[in-house]
Design a protein around this ligand. Structure first.
Ligand SMILES: [Zn+2]
Ligand SMILES: [Zn+2]
Length: 813
């Protein structure tokens, strides 16, 4: 018997190994195994078990060890991995690298666990002794420690592994020292009469009696039961506690979650839920697009849908763009879904991720909330997949491969597992909207904000320097505090005086976007990318936002020595400085990737804002995500034009999405006193984009956008393949790109698709590399597998340049 094993390698899909005698029945498709690759042992996944190797006359190496059976990849996940590899032009092994807990396929160190097979009668004494030790310390003895232990020989251990009596895993058993958590449960079944009805203690006891299981005090705290309430019940002997190991507790919940009034479902919410219920009952795939304006109750639909699925014994996957930016959704699910969610995010340690993976696989975890890669969570009996903010770019992985789009994979996963899929957005992507128009997704709209909340009023402010004005004088800015305009300054003052909270968005980080010398005209550029430096004042560094190179901030011009340097263009850091100067008494906090560097910093800033401890929250697009802060009446947008000039056919779609999302943060209170107002500052207010924003006509924008895309052959009317060729020598990069183009076009008399390029990439030089790109526009029904194979085989033997292939790219720089 032979096994085809996938390793995380870019070009080879699998290698074939001989299965050692006696192991034949234990090795199955999906199993993690260890096998020699070159001179070193490597960890891979079995794709197939075959009778014949298909390689006659070649002596094949043998599989050396069986991996942790609890990590074995279930069939539907394997199929999804293989689909990803084919769809996005990579190998299954590379996809497993994203799909499996990080490190599964890379670890050098392996840990011993008891295997599936029982210990035979004739087992020698020292082997028995060793096996007992492994059983007592499962996952804590490393394979490399065996020699040092001097109980048993390495050879004997190998044969025990081969017989399946022992297994190895790249993961150490999870043990977080000194972090026991308290869990409580009720001692009796009735509430004693001396406990006053309506008190917190009464409600808590009622809750605990209603639950058969222990509840963690952390969860109770999140639900509003303080430690002292728990202590009160304890003193009366009404509850008992136990201490459990902390496992995956840190799920990014938010304390300040406003207790939302439970609104009766609207007609529109009920309409989609009825269809979802029918789909769940049928147990076959249906895809929905939930197009609901901001504050129209999309999350409530997700929650109700999740409850419907869970009550049918199915599991649920909820995908969000970024966990630390969406703590409110985590908290709402934790509070109301009925089962506790597990969170799948990039801040988990590999061992924690392995634990989440195993729990999903065993069926113990039934609700997972996660970002992009959670599409690969092996949930059992999957009933529902929700993709919130489906238009968000973060669902697409740019680098490294696999460059997949999780929104698309969600639909495929739904098809594979017969699950219902809901894509939700206030500003759907052109792709999803078109799919709905074509009937591939069932479109449901939520056209109104819930409970009489009104859409905010929108005002566009021109900050274009007027004809004849010298650029240095900008009369629209107060006291020289650019970039906040006079008009916005006035409104901010009023709102702050009214004790309202405000959000100010500027989607560019740093202090200034260019450094120029007044004397000689020197313009500071990253020497590698030839792109202007972004100045970061707090750290006094100039940073290249493309390659990350840094230089100390200049005090004099490096060209002429003049001290008259000008820092032009505003980023969030300068905006923060301006706001602090304009409103010295206000409590101001900045949220961007420079201030939110740690694990939960963005959540903490949002939490503080939710608790009313911040007056002005300013930042990049991070402040515009689906946050729900009812006290916010005003949202200001500075530099609405940022991003419009990018060489990307989705540029205007993205800017309008961002503006609409930002506007959606205003006026979410049901109180009549807080009226929503959004002010948008633009250098080019005549852009038709603002018409759509003012008319609140996102659908009109999409219709127009689809007309343009059809004419220019862009998605959703085509599939794009971006081939980027780079080298330290520009000539090699160009030669490589031309070679690939010939390979792509060579076989066709008449090409069934368009080929653009090779052309210099929008940023020609990135770091030390010169880059050329070729863009293919293929009809959507075009099978590009063969094309891909030809490019791959050419790339494999190329020298002197490297190639990056991005299928349906979302990032063109
Ligand atoms: Zn100079
Ligand atoms: Zn650079």
């Amino acid at each position: 018997m032979y096994a085809r094993v996938a390793f995380p390698l870019p070009y080879e899909s699998y290698y074939t190994y001989k299965i050692p005698d006696g192991l034949g029945t234990h090795i199955v498709r999906g199993m993690i195994v260890v096998a020699p690759l070159g001179k070193k042992p490597a960890v891979g996944v079995v794709l197939e078990v075959v009778r014949e190797s298909g390689l006659p006359g070649i002596a094949l190496k043998e599989i050396s060890a069986l991996g942790d059976p609890e990590l074995t990849v279930p069939e539907d996940l394997l199929t999804l991995v293989e689909y990803t590899a084919g769809r996005y032009g990579t190998t299954p092994g590379m996809v497993f690298k994203s799909a499996l807990p990080p490190g599964t396929l890379q670890r050098r160190k392996l840990y011993l666990y008891p295997g599936k097979q029982s210990i035979p009668q004739d087992c020698p004494r020292e082997a028995r002794e060793f096996l007992a030790k492994v059983a007592a310390n499962a996952g804590r003895i490393a394979y490399s420690d065996i020699k040092r232990l001097k109980i048993i020989s390495l050879k004997t251990v190998d044969s025990l592994i081969q017989e399946g009596i022992l297994s190895v895993s790249p993961f150490k058993a999870l043990r977080i020292a000194g972090s026991k958590k308290r869990w409580v449960k009720a001692t009796g079944k009735t509430i004693p009469e001396n406990l006053r009805n309506g008190t917190k203690a009464y409600h808590l006891l009622e809750k605990l009696i209603g639950s058969d299981e222990c509840i963690s005090t952390a969860v109770l705290k999140n639900q509003g039961f303080s430690a002292s309430v728990i202590a009160t019940l304890h003193r009366k002997g009404l509850v008992e506690s136990e201490f459990r190991d902390r496992e995956i507790e840190d799920i990014g919940r938010m304390e300040s979650l406003v207790q939302e009034r439970i609104f009766e479902l609207t007609l529109w919410q009920r309409a989609i839920l009825e269809r979802v219920e029918a789909s769940l009952n049928a147990g076959s795939y249906t895809g929905f697009l939930l197009y609901g304006v901001t504050s129209s109750g999309k999350t409530q639909v997700y929650l109700e849908a999740a409850r419907l699925a869970l009550s049918r014994g199915k599991s649920v996957l909820v995908m969000v763009p970024e966990i630390s930016l969406t703590p409110q959704i985590v908290s709402r699910f934790e509070r109301s879904a009925g089962v506790s969610p597990l969170v799948w995010h990039s801040h988990l340690t590999p061992t924690e991720r392995a634990l989440v993976y195993k729990r999903a696989r065993s069926g113990e975890a039934r609700l997972i909330i996660g970002a992009r890669s959670s599409i690969y969570s092996p949930l059992k009996k999957l009933g529902l997949i929700v993709v919130d903010e489906e238009q968000d770019n973060s669902y697409k992985q740019d680098d490294p491969a696999p460059r997949y789009n999780a929104r698309e994979l969600a639909i495929e996963k739904g098809r594979l597992t017969g699950a219902t899929v809901i894509l939700g957005s206030a500003t759907p992507s052109a792709e999803a909207y078109y799919a709905a128009k074509e009937g591939k997704l069932k479109l449901h709209t939520l056209p109104q904000r819930v409970a009489g909340k009104r859409l905010p009023r929108i005002e566009i402010i021109s900050t274009a320097s007027r004809e004849g004005d010298r650029p240095k004088t900008r009369p629209v800015f107060p006291h020289g505090f650019w970039p906040v305009s006079e008009r916005m300054h006035t409104e901010l003052s009023i709102r702050l005086k009214n004790k309202e909270q405000v959000i100010v968005l500027l989607n560019r980080r740093g202090y200034s976007s260019s450094v120029i010398c007044f004397e000689c005209g020197w313009l500071g550029k990253c020497p590698d990318c030839e792109i202007g430096w972004t100045y970061h004042k707090a750290r006094n560094r100039m940073i290249c936002h493309y390659c990350g190179k840094e230089m100390p901030g200049p005090t004099v011009c490096p060209n002429c020595g003049s001290a008259r340097l000008s820092f032009r263009g505003a980023g969030t850091e300068r905006l923060e400085e301006s706001l602090k100067n304009l409103f010295p008494a206000a409590r101001i906090k900045r949220l961007d990737s420079d201030t939110a560097t740690g694990k939960w910093e963005s959540r903490d800033i949002l939490d503080e804002f939710g608790k009313g401890k911040i007056d002005i929250l300013l930042g990049t697009q991070m402040v515009a995500k689906g946050h729900h802060f009812p006290a916010v009446g005003f949202v200001g947008v500075i530099g609405a034009d940022v991003g419009l000039s990018l060489p990307d056919f989705r540029a205007s779609e993205r800017v309008l999405q961002l503006l609409t999302q930002a506007a959606g943060r205003a006026g979410r209170s049901s109180k009549k006193t807080v009226t929503g107002l959004v002010m948008v500052q633009s250098f080019a207010p005549e852009n038709p984009l603002f018409e759509y924003l003012l008319k609140d006509d996102y659908t009109g924008f999409l219709e127009n956008e689809l007309r343009i895309r059809r004419a220019l052959k862009y998605p959703p009317f085509t599939n794009l393949i971006l081939i980027e060729v780079s080298s330290t020598e520009p000539a090699r990069a160009l030669a490589g790109a031309s070679g690939i183009k010939d390979e792509v076009c060579g076989n066709f008399k008449e090409k069934p698709f368009d080929v653009l390029g090779p052309a210099k990439s929008a940023i020609f030089k990135k770091g030390k590399l010169y880059r050329y790109q070729i863009l293919l526009k293929l009809p959507t029904d075009y099978e590009f597998g063969g094309l891909n194979d030809r490019i791959t085989s050419m790339v494999k033997c190329s020298r002197g340049f490297s190639v990056r292939i991005d299928i349906d790219p979302v990032n063109f720089t």
